[in-house]
Structures are given as structure tokens and as C-alpha cells.
Design a protein around this ligand. Structure first.
Ligand code: PMP
Length: 419
């Protein structure tokens, strides 16, 4: 049977150059936190589309709304035309997300994906300030197109571009160098910009670096970066593509730091059910594009707007946020217990909310544990510069039972791998 499965997988994969992830299965159906392959094997999904499925697979209300919408000839594609569906999403986003948080942003649709949002952020920051350099951080990940890749702190990924990228300067992220004050370093660099690189247009950061290994910045560190931006008149861009939409326990990951970025990038789970969608939030004074200065074809995915609006109903009260924080604590406590129980892991716990990771002392352990977990019915992925971190991004609406079941599989996998 295993042999048959492999054959189907290889046959299907050889038809296209797909760069498929290495899971030896073809997936067919999914619901909530569960996904099934063509052999009927069930897996618990702690990967959740790399953070694009915060509300799980195939949420029933979203599904029904979409089916009804299509049946009644609702507009699917509308470029950047105003539609009732887009208008309804914008209204909910203002009323449920922005107004209660006292935030004032223009909402733009930069294109279908996270990298589109980052590109638009970098572009408007350069236009507004008239400066070209952007400061980013070690181990940052912002996307694969040339602008977003130029602020990505991963030499392997940058190598994909072949030749040098745009101007960007990488600074040490919080806790990058134990015992060193990374803020003092950044401050000195800005003060002394004449001796090196000119003052930047923007500083771009993730509050929790997802691809970079679940490195969570401290709230105090974030506040200090925001203050430096203010002092030097530099735009602060928070890339909340992965850490946003509730992943860390609040809708925006920066809320507990009480900062107000000039630009915020959102994608992945903003589309509710896993449909491509992105938005860029821009402080009104920086919304300086004229008509046609930034456009693109797929900026009006009305099915995504519909699912996105439904997703926002989770944020009408504090309940969802409290549940995420509670489950996040349970996940973190379990990770801490596993690290203690299995000293062979030589590991460290990282993360916030339901965005957690176990950084292994020996990088290869992370990969071995993920492979073993897959065989046992749990999908987890690695991240970090050496793929040394097992990362956990379960759907935010997973129940306690699902979380426990997944973590039991993880523990069994650790036991097997450590022998
Ligand atoms: N920013 C962050 C923080 C991300 O995690 C990602 C995707 N992993 C992106 C940007 C790029 O998004 P996309 O893959 O949708 O272009």
C-alpha cells in the first residue's frame, strides 16, 4: 500500500515541475484542523497553510456564504471596481478591527499575496520619504519578489536572485546577540548614518519571525524601535502577514507593544478560508499615490472578501482572543514540559500565542521529528536558518482535544527519534 501511495505521488508530481513539499502523500479533503490523503489517512494539521488557515479548513459558514454567492451570480472578479462585497468587507474591517483599536489607516488592496503587500509598503515608503534604503533584520522573511527578498535576511533565499538585490541594511533582531544591546547598535547606526548608509526610508519587521525560526521580539524592544523611527522620521512597516490575524493572540501582533506602525502588511489568513488576499494599511498622511500609480489585475477577489468579512465576526468580542491566548499557553506549557522531559533535544521554546516553536540543539533532529510525526498523522514544519526549529501554527479555532492529540503524536515522535 505504501508502495502504491508513493507511485501515485511520484506519477502526479512528475507531470509538472512543482517544487512540491516533501510529504509522501497526495491530499484530497480537509475540514477544520484535519486533512486526509487519497489513502484515507487522517492527519492533524499544525501547519495550516503556513498561517493562511487561522480559521481552519472549510469553515462551514464561509463555505455556505460562498456557495450562495456563486449561485446568485455574485461578482467573482472586479479588478479595483467598487463592489457591494468589497464595501461590506471594508465596513466590517473599519467597525470590528480599526475603530475599536483607535487606529486610523487607509486600506489598500495591493494584489493577491503577502509579497504584494510588502512590495507596496516598500514602494510607498520610498515615495513618501524620497529615500531608497530600507532597514530590515537578521532572519527576517518578507517574500520572494525582488523588493521583499531584498529585505529578507536569509542568504540561501537571496541566492535565488543570482545577483545583488536593492539597497537594504540588515540589523540584529531582538536577542540576536545574547547580552548585547541591539537597540543601542541601531541607534548608533542611525545617528552616524553619514559614515555608512544614508538615512533609510523605512524599517520593516515581523514581531515574531515565522520563517526565520519563531523569534519573538520583546514588547519593550518593539517600542524602542518605534520610538527611533519617530525620532528619525523613518516609516515603521510591520509585516503581519504571518503573525497577524490573531496568530499571536491579538488581531494585530503589535497590539501588546502599544505601537502604531505607519504601514501594516496583512495577507495569509485575512482571506478567511485560504483564498488569496492581501491588504496594506497606510496612515492617511502617507497615502500619496495618484490613480494608476499602483495597480494590478487581481485586487478584487470578491469570494475572498466574502470569506474575509465572515472571519472578522470572530473579532466582534474578546472571546476569540482570550481562547487563543489560553490555548497558546497550553501549547507553550506542553513544549516546556517536553523540553524538560527529553534533555536529548537540547532545545529551547520560542514564540507567542499559537505561533510557537522548539529550537533544537542539533538541527537535524527537527527534520527527523517532523518526518516521524507525519508517519503518525501530524503535519508540522521546520523553520529557521538551519531548519532547526519545529514550528507550530495550528488553526486558531482548534479545540483542546485536537491540540492534545497533536501534541501526543509529537511526544511519541520525539521518543522514537531519540530512541
Ligand atoms: N511576510 C511574511 C512574514 C511571511 O511569512 C510571508 C510568507 N511566508 C510573506 C511575507 C510572503 O507572503 P506570500 O508567500 O503570500 O507572498
Amino acid at each position: 500500500n505504501d508502495h502504491e501511495k508513493m507511485k501515485t505521488f511520484e506519477e502526479l508530481e512528475s507531470a509538472v515541475r512543482s517544487y512540491s513539499r516533501g510529504w509522501p502523500a497526495v491530499f484530497e479533503r480537509a475540514k477544520g484542523y484535519k486533512i486526509w490523503d487519497t489513502e484515507g489517512n487522517e492527519y492533524i494539521d499544525f501547519f495550516a497553510g503556513a498561517g493562511a488557515l487561522n480559521y481552519g479548513h472549510n469553515d462551514e459558514t464561509m463555505q455556505e456564504k460562498m456557495i450562495e454567492y456563486i449561485r446568485h451570480d455574485g461578482i467573482i472578479h472586479s479588478l479595483d471596481m467598487g463592489t457591494t462585497t468589497r464595501g461590506a468587507f471594508l465596513e466590517s474591517f473599519r467597525d470590528v478591527i480599526l475603530t475599536p483599536r483607535n487606529l486610523d489607516y487607509k486600506v489598500m488592496f495591493p494584489g493577491p499575496t503577502g509579497t504584494n503587500s510588502v512590495e507596496s509598503a516598500l514602494k510607498i515608503a520610498r515615495k513618501v520619504t524620497g529615500r531608497d534604503t530600507v532597514i530590515s533584520f537578521t532572519n527576517a522573511f518578507h517574500g520572494m519578489t525582488i523588493g521583499s527578498l531584498s529585505v529578507t535576511g536569509n542568504s540561501f533565499k537571496r541566492h535565488g536572485a543570482g545577483v545583488p538585490l536593492h539597497h537594504s541594511v540588515s540589523m540584529p533582531f531582538d536577542d540576536y546577540m545574547e547580552g548585547h544591546d541591539t537597540i543601542a547598535y541601531l541607534e548608533r547606526f542611525l545617528e552616524d548614518s553619514g559614515s555608512g548608509v544614508a538615512l533609510p526610508a523605512a524599517i520593516i519587521l515581523e514581531t515574531v519571525q515565522g520563517e526565520g525560526g519563531i523569534n519573538a521580539a520583546g514588547m519593550d524592544w518593539l517600542k524602542k524601535v518605534a520610538n527611533l523611527c519617530k525620532r528619525w522620521d523613518i516609516l515603521l512597516i510591520v509585516d503581519d502577514v504571518q503573525a497577524g490575524c490573531g496568530r499571536t493572540g491579538t488581531f494585530f501582533s503589535f497590539e501588546p507593544a502599544e505601537i502604531e506602525p505607519d504601514i501594516v502588511c496583512l495577507s495569509k489568513s485575512i482571506g478567511g478560508i485560504g483564498l488569496p488576499m492581501a491588504i496594506t494599511l497606510i496612515k492617511p498622511e502617507y497615502d500619496q499615490w495618484g490613480p494608476g500609480e499602483h495597480n494590478g489585475t487581481f485586487r478584487g477577489n470578491n469570494l475572498a472578501f466574502l470569506a474575509a468579512q465572515e472571519a472578522l465576526t470572530h473579532w466582534e468580542t474578546d472571546e476569540f482572543s482570550e481562547e487563543i491566548q489560553e490555548k497558546g499557553k497550553f501549547l507553550r506549557d506542553t513544549i516546556n514540559r517536553l523540553i524538560k522531559t527529553y534533555p536529548g533535544l537540547d532545545a529551547q521554546a520560542r514564540g507567542r500565542g499559537l505561533m510557537q516553536g522548539i529550537a533544537m540543539g542539533k538541527p537535524e533532529l527537527a527534520d527527523e521529528i517532523c518526518a516521524e510525526a507525519f508517519q503518525r498523522g501530524l503535519i508540522v514544519e521546520t523553520s529557521g536558518p538551519k531548519d532547526e526549529v519545529v514550528k507550530f501554527l495550528p488553526p486558531l479555532n482548534i479545540d483542546k482535544e485536537g491540540l492534545e492529540k497533536g501534541l501526543n503524536i509529537l511526544e511519541d515522535s520525539i521518543k522514537t527519534v531519540l530512541g
